[in-house]
Ligand binder design. Structure first.
Ligand SMILES: [Zn+2]
Length: 477
């Protein structure tokens, strides 16, 4: 390309499309899109100004949308069954670091825009904000390999509509609140039967009797043997998962009615008890019966998946769980299996990638936030001390939403400046800050973002290295 970029330009952002050149530049007040050699009809989509040879446009939400419409690789696309990973970014500043990791590793497809409604509420972001930030970050990094966009953990029609309007294409349908954990645990069959009998399946055109007759006594041939759906386990699965099936289908029908490009993940990972093979089989078979095609399924795995730390539990038991669900996903689909709360669990990625044969999705949400704090720790240890103090203050409130094993009393009371980086690594302080993002961003968001922007090369490097370690086991498949 015959463009001499000024020093303010992000060199790697330079791309050519339709005979025009596009790149991003730093300005005193932020970042600007610069376009060279474009005709009026291309530029008409943008809100900007001609300055000499080039056209300049602010990195605004309107221009992000226009850029997605102009450069096709920035418009969220479906990944289907291809190996993919989601990199939730609560700050909206980490995408260039994520992109570098995907670029370094190769073979894994990115979902940069990914945030749940709960996280958007706590960070005061809208689906559009999330998508726009990811768009600018993708553009800045020069990533042209395509992007997904995950409307994560969706529980209401209203938020689904908002995400569709923004341009999300991957819908994580979460009817997990309807999963009945008492049905999982009940030790007498009468209770299970009574619970099942109390459910209304009219919205999914069936009855308990029909459900039972469709599954009781049937079996599914899996690679490692036959899964028999006996009467007891079928009724228990119906009692436990029945309400989630009906609610999930309602939410899916809603997205269907919006007429947008879409693919679905069915997620019941945020429940207390592991998803059994029979539940998995009945949920997916019922979705199939109703004509719903899922591209991904997120069961609740055995063991503990806590925020920001290694897997807790038996790795052999987890591998067996991966295998059974993966065999089901191949027999009933194929569709991907999805690993949520997937960050920092380096010991289990190889087994997950192997057992699913790479037909899988890795989802991380908060690890970029806590790793970004590493940059704050190095440049303003006093601010990180305040971040930690506020996270501790709000911890009792925050902990209810998450599975955590940290013990705040083990965190040093007066950490020295030189200790701050280590506090990002140590389990107790890491988890406390991991879940403290709502209150912390509310109070210190501007200061934190100023530090990260002033040290963005360092931020991108930290994020890149952290994600290369996450993605490498998946790239081999
Ligand atoms: Zn999840």
């Amino acid at each position: 390309m015959s463009v001499n970029l000024p020093v303010e330009a992000y060199e790697v952002s330079l791309v050519s499309h339709g005979g025009s050149q596009f790149w991003l530049e730093r300005t005193t007040s932020g970042k600007e899109l610069v376009v060279s050699g474009a005709d009026d009809s291309t530029l008409a989509a943008f809100d900007g100004r001609q300055e000499g040879e080039v056209f300049r446009a602010e990195a605004s939400p309107e221009n992000a949308r226009a850029l997605r419409g102009t450069l096709p690789w920035l418009k969220p696309r479906l990944w289907g069954l291809e190996t993919s990973a989601g990199t939730g970014d609560r700050l909206g500043l980490c995408t260039p670091g994520h992109a570098r990791a995907f670029d370094a590793v190769g073979g894994v497809n990115p979902v940069f825009a990914q945030q749940s409604t709960r996280e958007m509420g706590r960070t005061h972001r809208t689906p559009r904000n999330v998508l726009d930030d990811a768009t600018w970050g993708t553009f800045e990094a020069g990533w042209t390999g395509g992007v997904g966009a995950d409307a994560d953990h969706q529980k209401t029609e209203e938020s689904l509509s908002e995400c569709a309007e923004a341009g999300f294409v991957f819908y994580t349908i979460d009817p997990g609140d309807g999963m009945d954990m008492d049905a999982h645990e009940a030790d007498d069959e009468a209770t299970v039967r009574r619970k099942a009998a109390g459910l209304d399946f009219s919205s999914v055109d069936t009855t308990l009797e029909d459900l039972a007759s469709r599954y009781v006594g049937t079996s599914i041939d899996l690679e490692s043997g036959r899964l028999v759906l006996d009467e007891e386990s079928v009724y228990r699965a119906i009692a436990k998962a029945g309400p989630a099936i009906t609610r999930g289908v309602e939410l899916i029908r809603h997205v269907d009615s919006l007429g947008v490009e879409r693919e679905y993940e069915f997620a019941i990972d945020e429940t207390d008890k592991p998803t059994t093979a029979v539940e998995h089989a009945i949920i997916v078979s019922e979705l199939n019966r109703l004509g719903v095609d899922i591209v991904s399924f997120a069961p609740r795995w055995v063991g503990q998946f806590e925020k920001g730390v290694e897997y807790i539990g038996s790795r052999e038991a987890l591998r067996a769980d991966f295998r059974q669900h993966a065999e089901l996903a191949r027999a009933l689909g194929p569709y991907k299996l999805s690993l949520h709360s997937g960050s920092d669990k380096f010991s289990i990625y190889p087994a997950f990638a192997e057992e699913t044969r790479g037909v899988c999705h890795l989802k991380t949400a908060g690890t970029s936030w806590v790793e970004a704090l590493r940059v704050v720790a190095r440049h303003d240890p006093a601010l990180l001390r305040e971040v930690l103090a506020l996270s501790l203050e709000s911890f009792e409130e925050n902990r209810h939403s998450y599975h955590l094993s940290c013990d705040p009393t083990r965190i040093p009371a007066n950490p020295a400046d030189g200790q701050m980086d280590q506090l990002i690594t140590d389990l107790d302080s890491r988890q406390v800050m991991h879940v403290g993002y709502g209150a912390v961003l509310e109070q210190f968001g501007d200061r934190i973002k100023d530090i990260l922007r002033a040290n963005e090369e360092e931020l991108y490097g930290v994020i890149r290295d952290h994600f290369v370690a996450h993605l490498e086991p998946f790239a081999r498949h």
